[in-house]
Design a binder for this molecule. Structure first.
Ligand SMILES: Cc1cc2nc3c(=O)[nH]c(=O)nc-3n(C[C@H](O)[C@H](O)[C@H](O)COP(=O)(O)OP(=O)(O)OC[C@H]3O[C@@H](n4cnc5c(N)ncnc54)[C@H](O)[C@@H]3O)c2cc1C
Ligand SMILES: NC(=O)c1ccc[n+]([C@@H]2O[C@H](COP(=O)([O-])OP(=O)(O)OC[C@H]3O[C@@H](n4cnc5c(N)ncnc54)[C@H](O)[C@@H]3O)[C@@H](O)[C@H]2O)c1
Length: 471
């Protein structure tokens, strides 16, 4: 057995682990990074990057069907699913060098391509090497949850780890699960010419504001995605040319099956008990500083079971670098973390939804809305579907929900506002270029102040008073 002594040992080279390794090594710490599978983790290889690349291929196909309002004759595009997958592969390959072993070794990180497993409170074994470190970071991510549906283990099915390798278009894709993975994949495949049925046990995008998610579901249905809600998959069996999913609302036949019903934390290889690290069903248990029950060990990203996004894993990395390298107090916040679902229209959210804000703030809550249909750029581009809702308490936003074109980009402004606890006046006072979709944000702030300025008898009296006195 070889032995390595280091300052920090990071387990998992995905979004979270790579950020810790890059940050810590560039600030002078000795870092060992362990990765048992592919550098870049889920996001690069089976998650964000391939899903957004496939959605982009679908968007290109859809644009050819929707030219009529612009005087362009719509066509039913000739689609090569294989070539769309080539685009997915190229996107991954273009980003890959940034996450590669070579780049990290160039930064001075010792990279071992092995799974890590604790052997004591201060040691991890990876292949034929034992690493002892002053601090460990668990960043092992999550894997697709495969539910105990009767017959599932006997039929071929895909998850996010396999669907991007598929080269031939499925004729009729059945997606079990109407969460973000299910709906992004449903729309991408529908636009690439496949029949798609989504089977959702409860409500599709059920965690989102009902008014906001309804806009996404309506568009997907208009495009021909068959979304069945309150329809639980209870059994699956093979048929000659595909699969039948038995649901609470009857059988559904299709050619291929994608299972997208949530995630499980990657803890099984860690032997966490050997290091005194507590684990529950959601993942590694951590406190607000992302410390585990073993004070030398932090855990970040998907494996801690909170919000499972790449930017959250990156945020966690920043928080623990602060505490590990500088000994500074560093607690996580969640109120300033946005998320987006990249269907078309996109959906984004930060802070509280309207229902959550109502439950927390009661009558102090004001909700302002602004529709895309009244934004000049959206009108010019025929992208008028959508709206923004801002939940405001005492002049400060406590949540923002957006559905519409570029909603994932639009939430950025509110992320800045909420991270820095700015008021609505900061948004209203910002000058934005005309005509941009981003003005929807400012128009929402305008909708907050307009009644205060234009419907107030006091303001009218005051202005009249001043006007009579100035020359
Ligand atoms: C289809 C899909 C689409 C998504 N789209 C988005 C999106 O658009 N935006 C967004 O923000 N998020 C998105 N996500 C979520 C995002 O991918 C994850 O939140 C993110 O990858 C989590 O980062 P992580 O570092 O915690 O884990 P990962 O990136 O999964 O990395 C964990 C790494 O640890 C390795 N590992 C596991 N166990 C061990 C061990 N014992 N020893 C050594 N290595 C180990 C794994 O092989 C893996 O490489 C998507 C996810 C999926 C599945
Ligand atoms: N754009 C993004 O940022 C993005 C995109 C994709 C995934 N992700 C991340 O990945 C995570 C996992 O996504 P997901 O979509 O797999 O999970 P999810 O938990 O968000 O949704 C799964 C859905 O499956 C349904 N379901 C469960 N069992 C079922 C059954 N037997 N029959 C029918 N429906 C069933 C649930 O009711 C739920 O609505 C997300 O929470 C998110 O953190 C993010």
């Amino acid at each position: 057995m070889k032995r390595i002594k280091t300052d920090i040992c990071v387990i998992g080279a995905g979004s979270g682990g790579l950020s810790v390794a890059a940050g810590a090594s560039q600030m002078g710490a000795q870092v060992v990074l362990l990765e048992g599978h592919r550098m870049g983790g889920d996001c690069l290889n089976y998650g964000c990057v391939p899903s957004k690349a496939l959605l982009a291929a679908g968007k290109a196909a859809q644009a050819m069907r929707e030219g009529r309002p612009f005087g362009v004759t719509p066509v039913d595009p000739e689609i090569s699913y294989t070539a769309a997958k080539d685009h997915v592969r190229r996107a991954i390959e273009t980003i890959e060098p940034v996450d590669s072993q070579e780049r990290f070794e160039g930064l001075g990180v010792t990279v071992l391509r092995e799974y890590g497993s604790f052997v004591s409170e201060t040691e991890v074994e990876a292949g034929d090497t034992t690493i002892s470190a002053r601090r460990f970071v668990i960043a092992t991510g999550s894997s697709p949850f495969v539910p105990p549906i009767d017959g599932l283990s006997e039929v071929p099915f895909w998850t996010n780890e396999t669907i991007f390798d598929l080269r031939d278009a499925p004729e009729h894709l059945i997606v079990i699960g109407g969460g973000p993975i299910g709906l992004e994949m449903a729309q991408a495949h529908r636009r690439l010419g496949c029949r798609v049925t989504v089977v959702e046990a409860m409500e599709a995008l059920g965690a989102e504001d009902p008014e906001i998610r309804a806009v996404v579901l309506q568009r997907l249905r208009e495009e021909g995605v068959d979304i069945r809600e309150t329809c639980a998959a209870e059994g699956v069996r093979q048929r000659p040319n595909g699969v039948v999913v038995e649901t609470s609302a009857g059988p559904i036949s299709g050619s291929h099956l994608l299972v997208a019903v949530g995630r499980v934390p990657n803890v099984e290889r860690l032997n966490a008990e050997a290091a005194g690290i507590d684990v529950d069903r959601r993942g590694i248990k951590v406190d607000a500083n992302l410390r585990t029950s073993n004070r030398r060990v932090h855990a970040i990203g998907d494996v801690v079971g909170g919000a499972q996004f790449t930017h959250v894993a990156g945020y966690h990395a920043g928080v623990i670098i602060r505490s590990m390298l500088f000994g500074l107090p560093a607690r996580t916040r969640t109120d300033h973390i946005p998320h987006a679902t990249y269907t078309d229209p996109e959906l984004s959210q930060i802070g509280l939804t309207e229902a959550e804000a109502r439950a927390t703030h009661g009558d102090r809550l004001e909700v302002v809305r602004f529709p895309y249909a009244e934004n000049d750029r959206a009108i010019a581009e025929g992208r008028t579907t959508g709206l923004i809702k801002v939940m405001v308490v005492k002049g400060r936003p406590v949540g923002v929900s957006i559905v519409g074109s570029q909603a994932g980009e639009m939430i950025g402004l509110w992320a800045l506002v909420m991270a820095n606890k700015l008021k609505m006046s900061a948004v209203a006072g910002t000058v934005l270029p005309y005509p941009t979709l981003g003005e929807v944000n400012k128009q929402a702030a305008g909708a907050y102040f307009s009644p205060r300025l234009f419907d107030s008898p006091w303001v009218k009296k005051f202005v009249g008073f001043i006007q009579r006195r100035i020359p």
